[in-house]
Ligand binder design. Structure first.
Ligand code: ATP
Ligand code: MG
Length: 516
């Protein structure tokens, strides 16, 4: 008979040997062989086991999109983990909380249903080696949850439990979500299984529709339209008419009239994320599609200064032809301005690529999105880009008139009326001053606490008068230039006529000489 010490020694040796074999196997066995062994192992356990397993991966199979189901399950489980999981992960805080707990990798949590049925959730992570084109290999972490339950509850779990978990998880996500401002990374920085195609920061812009200076009736109309769009009723309506649940807005107007401010106000009103799409860093149409596919629902996709982002070839050419008549100097100035705003273009995104992405077949891949284009020069845009149905609402952000001024005065100075209001109203109608410029003059300086409203309004009044005078001088100069140009044209016409007459006179004289 073997002694206890000998048994322990034998067991120890066996374990060490097994561990050694396992280490050799994992390191040196070819991948195909390991895959075979694994698949047979799972088959065998499947024959013996009474459990069913469902896997929920962090990314969709093609790796193009983050899985919303995975996020929902994570949210659902985070409400359970603090009570029962042993290893937790403390994630960065969202909203007012200091941190949010979630399951650590390789941890399990039991969920007991109302009818006493128990299911288990496992959080897993798998390391995979990928080889890039340059031959460099890197490892990616692919996370997934596995739901395990007894096979006799299959119908109930798949039919109702999973649906409930996903629904609750999505609701928790919406409640807790910290809104984000995304910007697209250049494709050389894409790491599909990690940070992805977009970088983000928390979105905390304070602009709201209340602080937005514009005609109150127009503002109310836009607000109503947006609120209707975000309600479940609208979803049903879009389904009924067979259109993806999307809405396009074109914001146009001179600089400083509040286009970007309006985008923040919309995001704050609907509690949507904002994706600020920089088209010039997007390499080509297929990259654009991937970027748009990787956006979540309940979001706004913004392309600012759309006229500077793409080359609208056909339309631009005909516009140029029209422009040939334009004053040379004006043309040069506009070119200069354009060059300053427009970075060197490396992007191969085409107009049709953009149109396809925003309302082609690909656009229907996720719901509840608002697409906003902004531009300073609406007439330069290709009509195909902004046609109704694609851009449902065209909103003009105009220079500051009296109604908009009253909103700014209320926000900046906290007043509803003042003796200077009459004068200011008249001047605002006569001059084109942007809300940004008006807001600047209404800003209190540090030493203007006492009687700030009087000082600020006085300052606005003065700058409006200066602006009016400047505009008058400019108009006079323009008129003078036009007059000079017209004079030159008439003079040239007269000279041309004289020149044209010369050969005729010459031949007449020659004829006369011949006769003589
Ligand atoms: N309609 C407005 N209501 C409230 N504030 C405004 C408005 N328009 C401009 N402002 C103020 O002026 C600043 C600049 O405005 P904003 O960036 O929204 O202009 P924009 O139209 O986007 O200009 P650009 O065409 O140059 O991008 C804002 O930070 C805001 O304080
Ligand atoms: Mg802007």
């Amino acid at each position: 008979m073997l002694e206890t010490g000998a048994i322990w020694g034998l067991t120890g040796t066996t374990v060490t040997t097994l561990m050694f074999i396992w280490a050799i196997y994992s390191q040196y066995a070819p991948r195909q062989l390991r895959d075979h062994v694994e698949s047979y192992f799972f088959k065998m356990t499947g024959w013996i086991s009474v459990n069913v397993h469902i896997k929920f991966t962090e990314h969709t199979e093609e790796g193009l999109k983050r899985s919303e189901n995975y996020e929902a399950i994570r949210n659902y489980l985070s409400a359970k983990v603090s009570a029962c999981a042993k290893r937790l992960m403390a994630n960065e805080s969202k909203n007012s909380k200091l941190f949010v707990l979630s399951m650590d990798d390789h941890e399990e949590v039991e969920d007991v249903l109302a009818n006493g049925v128990k299911v288990k959730w496992y959080s897993n992570v798998k390391l995979t080696q990928t080889q890039s084109n340059s031959g460099r290999s890197s490892s990616d972490e692919r996370r997934f949850f596995t739901l395990t339950f007894h096979k006799r509850h299959r119908e109930m779990i798949i039919g109702t439990y999973v649906t409930r978990v996903l629904k609750e998880g999505k609701e928790i996500g919406l409640r807790n979500r910290e809104r984000k401002l995304y910007t697209n990374n250049s494709s050389s920085e894409w790491q599909p299984w990690r940070s992805g195609m977009w970088s983000n920061v928390p979105f905390h812009h304070p602009a709201t529709f209340e602080t937005l200076a514009m005609d109150p009736e127009k503002k109310e109309e836009i607000k109503k339209d947006l609120i209707w769009f975000s309600e479940a009723e609208a979803k049903a309506y879009y389904d009924q008419i067979g259109k993806p649940w999307k809405r396009g807005y074109l914001l146009y107007g001179p600089p400083g009239t509040g286009k970007s401010t309006m985008i923040s106000a919309i995001a704050n009103l609907l509690k949507y994320d904002v994706y600020d799409l920089e088209l010039t860093t997007v390499k080509d149409n297929s990259e654009l599609k991937k970027l748009l596919l990787d956006t979540k629902s309940k979001s706004i996709i913004v392309i600012e200064d759309i006229d500077c982002s793409l080359d609208f070839t056909g339309q631009r050419k005909s516009k140029k032809e029209e422009d040939e008549e334009e004053d040379e100097e004006k043309k040069k100035e506009a070119e200069k301005k354009k060059e300053m705003k427009e970075p060197a273009k490396q992007s191969k995104v085409t107009l049709s690529g953009l149109l396809n992405s925003i309302d082609g077949l690909w656009s229907a891949c996720s719901d509840e999105k608002i697409i906003i284009f902004t531009t300073n020069y609406v007439d330069k845009l290709d009509p195909a880009l902004i046609r109704r149905g694609r851009m449902d609402n065209h909103i003009e952000m105009s220079y500051c008139r009296f109604k908009a001024f009253k909103v700014l005065a209320k926000n900046y100075l906290g007043i509803k009326s003042h003796e200077l209001y009459g004068e200011i109203e008249r001047l605002l109608e006569e001059t084109d001053m942007s809300p940004a410029d008006v807001a600047e003059t209404l800003m209190r300086k540090s030493n203007e606490d006492l009687g700030a409203a009087d000082i600020c309004l006085e300052r606005l009044f003065k700058s409006l008068e200066e602006e009016k005078e400047k505009a008058r001088k400019l108009a006079e100069e323009e008129k003078k230039k036009k007059g000079e140009k017209e004079e030159k044209r008439i003079k040239k016409e007269a000279e041309d006529a004289v020149e044209a007459e010369k050969p005729m006179k010459k031949t007449e004289e020659e004829d006369k000489e011949k006769k003589v």
